[in-house]
Design a protein around this ligand. Structure first.
Ligand code: RFL
Ligand code: PHB
Length: 395
């Protein structure tokens, strides 16, 4: 067994773990990041694409803003489509100038990994059998295997940034966590296509055959989704079927969806989940390790970054001034924003998807709400300030 020591042991090299490592580094606090997958896997796992201004600001503050500033695409509106019409929600106009930035999570992760590697700070990929020990006290340990060697890392604090299926949350003894969750009886089939986006801004479409979303990654790459069953077999979806379904759900008279080669496709289930408290002993959970939202509100990545902004500051205050208030108040500070995002994501999901087993009453309620959102400045502002993230910052 090879033993090592650090101040903060970070489990998981997703957006949460990597951003936290940067935040701590900027304050002179040492960390070791342990990641179970390969660098290549982490850099190519296609997920989110929408960054709130707060996330962009934080990534800039940790030095990861250069390519983001050059390649990120700022959007000032999104559209809702239903009953044969497309309606723009002018996000910036309704929120005093706030906007969103389109920049893939893959790119955020690549930038953060490169910075960490260039700085020469420890980031271990393919760390196997990561296990947490003694987290109830103030001398936690992490054991793992790397390069065929059993290792132990002693630290002051463990940051559990290892996503929904990680070991961190599972290491908290039974009975401590209160879990609130909702499963949805549908999922999204997502594709990345080598074709210029057919709309400059995102289009969220309500359709009798189910939800569809037009998004993008760059001026030449489209990202598109269709609602499918939660356990849909991707084998049942040859490219022609995907395009036909997208054409039907997103099509409008006088507008066509351009098609191109599909570079990647996959099915994602949808879930709402919150585990509280987000802290136990010297273990602090951040991002998907503690909470999940369905992707309809584009909040998952933004919540992960917002959590570690608070955690980084709390850890720094403790090391620099012995001030524990940020650490002790971590759960409460995070959960206000998390629950605002949970509500918004559930609301968007419920308003836009075809509900299996739903009846005409459900559909009329959805359409009534959609008509209200696009016709009432008050209702549109509710959507806009949640979408750009300022509602969460105020929560
Ligand atoms: P991540 O990104 O899941 O990173 C966790 C990292 O921990 C590693 N790990 C372990 N490492 C060591 N030991 C273990 N035992 C480990 N177990 C796991 C994993 O390999 C991984 O590298 O969590 P983080 O950092 O909290 O970031 C959260 C975001 O990734 C997530 O909220 C969003 O991507 C959610 N999400 C979306 N959010 C949006 O805002 N908009 C979207 O369009 C959107 N699309 C998505 C998504 C999530 C998806 N998932 C989870 C399947 C699409 C998909 C497909
Ligand atoms: C994406 O571009 O992947 C995306 C955008 C908005 C969402 C979900 C996913 O709500």
């Amino acid at each position: 067994m090879t033993a090592g020591t650090t101040q903060v042991g970070i489990v998981g090299a997703g957006p949460a773990g990597l951003t936290l490592a940067r935040l701590l580094g900027a304050r002179g606090i040492e960390s070791v990041v342990l990641e179970s997958r390969s660098r290549d896997h982490c850099e190519h796992r296609i997920r989110a694409g929408v960054l709130e201004q707060g996330a962009v600001d934080l990534l800039r503050a940790v030095g990861a803003g250069e390519r983001l500033g050059r390649e990120g695409i700022v959007h000032h509106g999104v559209s809702l489509q239903f009953a044969g019409g497309r309606h723009r929600i002018p996000l910036s106009e309704l929120t005093g100038g706030a906007a969103i930035t389109i920049y893939g999570q893959t790119e955020v992760v690549k930038d953060l990994i490169r910075l960490r590697v260039e700085a020469g700070d420890p980031l271990l990929f393919e760390a196997e059998d990561v296990a947490l020990h003694d987290i109830e006290g103030d001398r936690p340990r992490i054991t793992y295997r790397h390069d065929g060697r059993e290792r132990e890392l002693r630290c002051d604090i463990v940051a559990g940034c290892d996503g929904f299926h990680g070991v961190s949350r599972a290491s908290i003894p039974a009975g401590v966590l209160r879990v609130s969750e909702r499963d949805y009886p549908f999922g999204w089939l997502g594709i990345l296509a080598d074709v210029a986006p057919s709309s400059e801004e995102l289009v969220y479409a309500h359709h009798e055959r189910g939800f569809a979303l037009l998004s993008l990654r760059s001026p030449t790459l489209s990202r598109l989704y269709v609602q499918v069953a939660h356990d849909e077999d991707i084998g049942e979806w040859p490219d022609e079927r995907i395009w036909a379904e997208l054409q039907t759900r997103l099509g409008l008279p006088g507008w066509t969806l351009a098609e191109g080669p599909i570079l990647e496709k996959g099915v994602t289930g949808m879930r709402s989940f919150v585990a509280a408290p987000m802290q136990f002993g010297s273990l602090y959970l951040a991002g998907d390790a503690a909470h999940i939202v369905p992707p309809t509100g584009a909040k998952g990545l933004n919540l992960a970054i917002a959590d570690v902004e608070l955690l980084g500051e709390a850890v720094a205050a403790w090391y620099e001034r012995g001030d524990r208030s940020g650490l002790d108040g971590y759960t409460e500070a995070c959960l206000r924003r998390v629950w605002r995002a949970e509500h918004f994501s559930w609301w968007m999901t419920s308003m836009l998807h075809r509900l299996p087993g739903g009846d005409p009453f459900d559909v009329e309620l959805q359409l009534a709400q959609l008509r209200y959102v696009v016709s009432s400045p008050a209702a549109a502002t509710t959507l806009a300030e949640n979408y750009v993230g300022i509602a969460g910052r105020r929560a």
